[in-house]
Design a protein around this ligand. Structure first.
Ligand SMILES: NC(=O)c1ccc[n+]([C@@H]2O[C@H](COP(=O)([O-])OP(=O)(O)OC[C@H]3O[C@@H](n4cnc5c(N)ncnc54)[C@H](OP(=O)(O)O)[C@@H]3O)[C@@H](O)[C@H]2O)c1
Length: 176
């Protein structure tokens, strides 16, 4: 299996969302996520994004599937039970989603959540890195969390940081 990358935005307690939504509004992170996952404009192949069914459901209709990327949704339910578009791939397991990703594209494979998918992927040997946006501020309490990762993913490379109203954010990648 080829390597893949996790992409997450979490708060100071590793919280990533509540009520199947995010608990912040940060256009800078949306733009970062888009440019990161769409990737290199000089490469002809699209990258792949893999997500759990709840995360798919949390994306507004007008933004789904995520443009210029192969979208794979993971669910144990049959296609007709789900609100997924024709041009979106459906897989019944994480392993089959990762295998399909490698057959669809030689580009990068990004696993974009949510909590249950991160939890199952983070200890896989082929999980090569975690792109993290750390958001700090006075935020609502989350009901889903990203796993603790600092023992395994120790090397941090910071790309940018900034401030938006009462939120501070830092975008980095952590590798083993
Ligand atoms: N801050 C961030 O970066 C970020 C990123 C993404 C998501 N989120 C947040 O995370 C939350 C969603 O996370 P979540 O844990 O509730 O849901 P999720 O991981 O997005 O999706 C869970 C669903 O995925 C399917 N699934 C999970 N493991 C599976 C497996 N091994 N085989 C087959 N299907 C599997 C199941 O779908 P079925 O029930 O259909 O079988 C399961 O109910 C939301 O609050 C969202 O906003 C935050």
């Amino acid at each position: 299996m080829d390597k893949f990358l996790l992409v997450v935005a979490h708060d100071q307690d590793n919280g990533i969302g509540a009520n199947n939504d995010l608990v912040w509004s940060l256009p800078e992170d949306m733009a970062w996520f888009k440019s990161l996952t769409i990737g290199n404009e000089f490469r002809s192949e699209n990258n792949v994004v893999i997500m759990g069914r709840n995360t798919w459901d949390s994306i507004p209709d007008k933004y789904r599937p995520l443009s210029d990327r192969f979208n794979i949704v993971i669910s144990r339910q049959p296609r007709h039970m789900l609100n997924i578009t024709r041009d979106t791939y459906l897989c019944g397991s994480i392993e089959s989603a990762l295998e399909l990703a490698n057959t669809l594209s030689t580009g990068d494979v990004f696993v974009i959540g949510g909590a249950s998918i991160y939890e199952q992927c983070i200890d896989m040997p082929n999980c090569a890195g975690i792109y993290v946006t750390k958001v700090v501020g006075n935020l609502s309490t989350c009901d889903v969390y990203f796993p603790y990762y600092n023992d395994t993913f120790r090397n941090e490379q910071v790309f940018k940081s900034g401030r938006k109203l009462d939120l501070k954010y830092t975008m980095s990648v952590f590798t083993k």
